[in-house]
Write a protein that binds this ligand. Structure first.
Ligand SMILES: [Zn+2]
Length: 328
């Protein structure tokens, strides 16, 4: 048994896209860091939205990640620890052959995000709807889809099974047959003060991205990707693996959003703010290139969303079988 930690820090998040802020946005980003630690019986991924002092990849894992509690028998056993088999899992996963993601038909919850209660109501429905919409896809992928993440709202700090969150952080923690998504409600509430529409787009996209990591977890991709990352010997290769994993989480999240766009609806101002958000998220100068460029983050988000069609597919999100330039 071991602990898998995927840590994503959105060190800088674009503020509401008002014109006067455009100049500053080139130096801002939605940062994602990922890290992995090996501990008994746990597997987790976490997301941060706020700055931490140093960049880089969190604690290195010591152990056999392929044996992390996984829903798929195919990644259990000794073979799963090899780079080749992990590459098979991330690159040729049955997830990529699943059909159209169904629309959840969930409407956006019409509530102010100024309060914890508001954020909770808003995000809990999103979570419930993602759980339902992804069910047929994950079952078709062969995953044993029985782990529904629990949403936990917190202020500035939280102690979790996966570790301590010390900055406002959206945080996915999967361990065995359980998973939690931590949401720093105050962060979203502050965003709401500046731009309610942007806060809605942000809250929606963040939950969708976190759920993208859950899809990765359920299909074995999360663990296999981490195993690959640690098997690589160069920093450049490790960072590229991180970018593939993070860009995929955004793509999968956007695929859910796109599948349900007519019902939510993700249109008009909310869509334009969402578009702005995903096109202004990614790596910035001075930090590790672990998340992807703004351009590629936008590209994969749109690939998932696929606004030109009513059908979206997880197979559009195979970042692990894409050219390096597409995950730069
Ligand atoms: Zn992430």
């Amino acid at each position: 048994m071991n602990l898998l930690v995927t840590q994503d820090e959105h060190r800088k998040v674009p503020e509401s896209p008002r014109v006067e802020q455009m100049v500053n946005l080139s130096s801002k980003k939605l940062r994602t860091l990922a890290g992995l630690a090996a501990v008994a019986g746990l597997s987790l991924a976490l997301h941060a939205q706020a700055a931490q002092a140093s960049g880089g990849v969190p604690p290195q894992p010591a152990a056999e990640l392929g044996k992390t509690a996984q829903p798929k028998a195919t990644i259990q056993g000794e073979q799963a620890t090899t780079l080749a088999s992990n590459t098979n899992i991330v690159r040729y996963n049955r997830l990529y052959k699943t059909g159209a993601i169904p629309a959840s038909k969930c409407k956006e919850v019409n509530v102010s995000l100024r309060t914890a209660a508001g954020v909770k109501a808003y995000d809990q429905q999103l979570l419930n709807c993602m759980w339902a919409a992804w069910a047929p896809i994950l079952k078709a992928s062969g995953a044993n889809y029985r782990v529904k993440p629990t949403m936990v709202l917190y202020g500035s700090k939280a102690n979790t099974v996966c570790g301590v969150i010390s900055s406002p952080t959206s945080y996915y923690c999967g361990h065995g047959t359980k998973a939690e998504i931590y949401i720093p409600w105050g962060y979203i509430a502050n965003m709401w003060k500046n731009s309610p529409t942007y806060a809605r787009a942000y809250a929606t996209n963040t939950m969708a991205h976190e759920y993208g990591h859950h899809v990765q977890y359920m299909t074995g991709i999360l663990s296999a990707s981490w195993s690959r990352q640690y098997a690589f010997t160069t920093s450049a290769a490790k960072l590229e693996e991180s970018r593939r994993r993070e860009l995929q989480a955004s793509c999968l999240g956007s695929a859910y959003i796109g599948a349900n766009k007519r019902y939510y609806p993700m249109s008009a101002g909310l869509y334009s703010q969402w578009k702005y958000l995903v096109e202004h998220s990614g790596d910035i100068k001075g930090y590790p290139r672990d998340h992807g460029s703004f351009a590629n983050h936008g590209w994969w988000s749109h690939a998932g969303f696929y606004a030109a069609s009513s059908s979206t597919y997880a197979g559009r999100c195979n970042t692990f079988n894409s050219a390096s330039s597409r995950v730069s």
